[in-house]
Design a protein around this ligand. Structure first.
Ligand code: HEC
Length: 229
């Protein structure tokens, strides 16, 4: 058979065969529910399904930087580049609500999506989703770590000092404001659904270059009172 080409061998003409109903392909036997669902007796749990090693964390960091930073940013504050271009602010992984979530919540969100966030189960394998979840915990610790959290003798530098030495402005290591272009809540009318710049509140004086003009929107929506369609 040539991949993606037809055949006369099967009645339906397809060379690529669908999986036979009620059979399990090799490597697809989901033996451990928790590993694949992140749920234990239907509930999220604060546990890894396999041991966390430095290798697991490094893999989690690498996958997080590939798949999550466009929206969540490298530090996980939810102000990634896509948000700066108008996407809904992604969850800040350092706020008390997200910090308090059990570990498998992060796995569950990646697997099933969450609100405006699409799911990543097609792009990220279950093992990698767990590695990312473990890395999120490391990221959370990193934001409030002290010298007591690292092995004795390890040099810990303050971000403000690093910024100062690099000649960066004093505000560099400070909190990172949400851009005025990000979408805060769904628009009141469905007309501009998903368009950036439709949603208050904006900081005083903020300009909004992406707000659609009348000509972007096109013809007027049909008047509600007219029954004619
Ligand atoms: C396309 C942008 C985007 C990407 C990429 C993305 N997220 Fe999100 N994420 C969001 C948005 C937006 C929210 C907030 C959703 C809402 O409140 O509607 C969110 C929320 C979350 C939350 C918080 C859920 C809660 O309990 O409030 C977690 C955890 C999370 N994302 C993890 C991840 C991880 C891990 C990845 C990488 C695999 C990822 N996200 C990739 C946009 C994204």
């Amino acid at each position: 058979m040539f991949p993606q080409r037809g055949t006369t061998m099967f009645a339906d003409g397809r060379s690529v065969r669908p999986q036979v109903l009620h059979t399990v392909a090799r490597g697809q036997l989901y033996e451990s529910d928790y590993f694949y669902t992140g749920l234990m007796n239907g509930k999220e749990a604060d546990q890894m399904p396999f041991p966390v090693t430095m290798q697991v964390l490094a893999r989690g960091q690498e996958r997080f930087n590939v798949y999550c930073t466009p929206c969540h940013s490298r530090v996980g504050n939810g102000a990634g580049m896509i948000v700066q271009r108008g996407y809904k602010p992604a969850g800040n992984l350092h706020d008390p609500k997200r910090m308090a979530e059990p570990l498998s919540h992060y796995f569950y969100v990646m697997t099933n999506g969450y609100g405006a966030m699409p799911d990543y189960k097609a792009q990220v394998t279950p093992e990698d989703r767990w590695a990312i979840a473990a890395y999120i915990r490391a990221l959370q610790l990193s934001q409030n770590a002290t010298t007591a959290d690292v092995p004795a003798g390890t040099q810990v530098q303050n971000l403000n000092d690093i910024a100062e030495k690099a000649g960066l402005p004093a505000s560099y290591a400070g909190p990172w404001p949400m851009p005025s272009t990000s979408v805060y809540e769904p628009p009141a009318s469905g007309l501009y659904s998903g368009a950036p710049g439709q949603n208050p509140p904006k900081p005083a004086g903020a300009t909004n270059a992406t707000k659609p003009t009348k000509s972007d929107v096109g013809s007027k929506p049909p008047a509600k009172t007219s029954g004619a369609h």
